[in-house]
Write a protein that binds this ligand. Structure first.
Ligand SMILES: Nc1ncnc2c1ncn2[C@@H]1O[C@H](COP(=O)(O)OP(=O)(O)OP(=O)(O)O)[C@@H](O)[C@H]1O
Ligand SMILES: Nc1nc2c(ncn2[C@H]2C[C@H](O)[C@@H](COP(=O)(O)OP(=O)(O)O)O2)c(=O)[nH]1
Length: 479
């Protein structure tokens, strides 16, 4: 007996609960910490870990060569995400810390801090309340592979690693214009980022070590070490070109750190495609069903099959078809429930389109326990919909579908006998489209995590957007 016909032991609502509450990620994070720290008594350790509940605070590392903008971007991200910035300077400058004091001594004597001492400083800082509660951004640390390994051994794991890059010539040139505000420690640039206030302009200082020779030396050192660091962060690394305006780098970095990584949690897609007729729902549903094995449920088609199946509802539904009246919601829901309850839908997941069309239907669907976990709204302007639908024809002899613009009939004989579906007439399409957009805002309100996309483009581009929306976890609320 294959899985889709075996009696389903796990009730459908369990995976939904797990997904809605990120149970899998919660357990995975706790297990990682347990294995890293191997506490004597795991129970209190797990309780304390769960109480801390900081699995989604920012834990970011920004790496990059000198003058790539690490500190600039790190500062901007910190302000936006309300998290803590950790740099070598802030770590070494820490007061009331014997480790920091020892590190300062080492730096004063040897102009270098031993890896073990620096990482000890990082560990000490990351365990402080504000970093636990609001997360952290490490600017330019780790600098060596040894430091990476020490951090991993201590369980200091970032969730996102950003590596900035730009041609050395650009960086050497750029560093010459670097200026620092001694009061706020803000970073500026004589050409690219000059402060507006004259008071700030007058007090800016030229930092040490920004000469061409000095920058070139640091670049050499960086290139040697970075190739040994990056392989340690295979799945959480994002490279961003720093050879573009700061603000563009910032927005790419912000978008990245606000996406959750794909989790290994078992996930059964329950996809809902909403959009006016002709927006591409059926086409996209067919592509999803074909590629991911989802059950394709077109509400209209389901009702027609219910009539053909001679089911006990068939006469009732047929009577509404004959009177060209919409089938009542409760009858549609009965048919829909019958289909969604089948093991293939529960096991493989489904892609539903053509229902719900309004808020009442959405409430009814949810009350039956069929909440989609991915909702997409396909937006297509009316003129594109009219172009797609009103030029559609079908050959009554072969059943072949044509489109007078995209797929014209091959011969005049076929052209002559083509028929147009009355539903595709311009006035019908305009009425249906208007009806959809009258209800769509309430539906978008109801499906808070819905993703809206531009359906007026190549079908495969639309499909890529939908695919990415399904595979990737939904963006969390902003930190
Ligand atoms: N994308 C950018 N375009 C132009 N100038 C930039 C850009 N990013 C940073 N800068 C400027 O380059 C200089 C170096 O920036 P920043 O100090 O942030 O880089 P960094 O990677 O932290 O450097 P270092 O590692 O040497 O501390 C600053 O003057 C900053 O204003
Ligand atoms: N250019 C373009 N045309 C599309 C796209 N999706 C669907 N179409 C065409 C194919 C159909 O002839 C027509 C309606 O598509 P459909 O998938 O039946 O729309 P829907 O009524 O199920 O929402 O539009 C699409 O994404 N791009």
């Amino acid at each position: 007996m294959d899985a889709t016909s075996a009696p389903h032991r796990i009730p459908a609502e369990m995976p939904q609960y797990g997904e809605a509450n990120h149970i899998f990620e919660l357990m995975q994070s706790m297990l990682e910490q347990l294995l890293i720290h191997q506490p004597q008594d795991p129970i209190p350790f797990m309780i304390e870990h769960l109480h801390r509940d900081n699995d989604h605070v920012p834990k970011i590392i920004i790496l990059g060569p000198p003058a790539s903008g690490k500190t600039t971007i790190a500062m901007w991200l910190c302000k936006h995400l309300n998290t803590n910035l950790l740099t070598r300077g802030t770590l070494l400058g820490k007061e009331f810390s014997s480790v920091a004091e020892e590190a300062r001594k080492q730096y004063q004597r040897f102009k270098k801090v031993p890896d073990s001492l620096l990482i000890q400083l990082v560990q000490e800082r990351l365990m402080e309340e504000d970093c636990v509660r609001r997360g952290w951004i490490l600017d330019g640390i780790p600098q060596t592979r040894e430091q990476v390994l020490m951090m991993q051994t201590l369980g200091l794991a970032p969730r996102h690693v950003i590596v900035l890059n730009a041609p050395d010539s650009v960086l050497i040139e750029r560093n010459l214009g670097k200026r620092i505000d001694p009061v706020t420690r803000e970073i500026y640039h004589t050409t690219f980022d000059w402060p507006r206030e004259a008071e700030v302009q007058n007090r800016l200082l030229e930092p040490e070590g920004i000469s061409e020779v000095e920058t070139a030396r640091k670049l050499l050192e960086y290139h040697r070490s970075i190739i040994r660091i990056l392989p340690s962060y295979p799945r959480i690394l994002k490279a961003i070109s720093a050879d573009q305006p700061c603000v563009d780098v910032f927005y790419q970095a912000l978008t990245y750190v606000q996406t959750s990584h794909r989790s290994n949690a078992p996930f059964t897609p329950r996809v809902l495609l909403c959009g006016p007729m002709g927006s591409g729902k059926s086409l996209q549903a067919a592509l999803l069903a074909q590629k991911y094995g989802l059950v394709n449920i077109c509400c209209g088609q389901l009702l027609r099959e219910a009539v053909e199946d001679q089911s006990k509802l068939s006469e009732l539904i047929q009577s509404f078809f004959d009177k060209e009246m919409t089938v009542p919601d409760d009858i549609i829901l009965k048919v829909l429930k019958g289909r969604l309850d089948r093991p293939d839908c529960v096991h493989k997941g489904w892609v539903l389109h053509g229902f719900p069309r309004d808020l009442d239907q959405a409430h009814m669907l949810a009350s039956m326990g069929y909440s989609p976990n991915r909702v997409f709204f396909l937006n297509v302007p009316l003129d594109s919909i009219l172009e797609r639908l009103t030029l559609r024809r079908v050959d009554p002899v072969t059943g072949e579908r044509y489109h007078l613009m995209y797929k014209p009939p091959p011969t005049p004989e076929i052209q002559a006998r083509l028929l147009q579906n009355p539903e595709d007439a311009e006035d019908r399409v305009k009425l249906q489209t208007d009806l959809f957009y009258r209800n769509s805002s309430e539906l978008e309100q109801f499906y808070r995590q819905a993703l809206t996309l531009n359906g007026d483009q190549d079908p495969y581009t639309v499909f890529e957007y939908i695919e990415s929306g399904i595979i990737n976890p939904l963006p969390r609320k902003v930190f």
